[in-house]
Design a protein around this ligand. Sequence first.
Ligand code: ZN
Length: 254
Amino acid sequence: MSRFAVISDIHGNLHALHAVLSRIDRLGVDDIICLGDIVGYGPHPAACLDLVLSRCGAIVRGNHDDAVMEHANLWGFNGAARAAIIWTKRVLEAGHLHEIGNLPQITHVSGIAMCVHDTPIPASGGYLHDARAAAPAFRGVDTAICLVGHTHVPMAFGTDALLPEERVLPSQVAVQRLSDGSVVELDPGCRYILNPGAVGQPRDSDPRASFAVLDLGAGTFSLYREEYDIASAQEATRSAGLPTVLAERLTIGA
Ligand code: ZN
């Protein structure tokens, strides 16, 4: 297996997930990797969870997935996020919570790609938005490639520092913002932290669902954006009684 679709931050947006999975089927991949936050914010957490569990060979748990577990601490979530987590907790059945609880926080694919939700440094909970945040995170990367989600912004960080124990300085990290059609050529002499953006709630001003294809044979990470029925996703969000801001932000990709 060498060609993987990489999806993240679905957040209960079934309309976006369906659109992305059918594009992935047309592209043709060996397997699908999901970097977590399957639930939270959107109106279809159970259906998204069922689809991800049936379609993805590698899945890690995100902070919103964690937050629906019993006794989870909701400190640190803003009002709308917290309201959505409480709503999600109510609609998920025990079987779904059990499946979420069984998901790992770190997994490896093909021995070359480390998969985490937010950062490769366990429990640091950081957002890798820039070279300053990414540089220390490279210390936690134990393979050539680390796949992350969490920021909802597609990006690539690269460094030529090869050993995980090497201290990486922000000035040694190349940063690339990714948009539809961006292709990162992966140099075998470098290490990378790669973010495919969000399927269900993009935050880079492009409202289209975001995902990537990691092709280990070709040595590329390619970013794709996919149109989906935003109006129907918004309607479902409103009729579920979720905070209206969660519907509104889908139009502007923020
Ligand atoms: Zn998220």
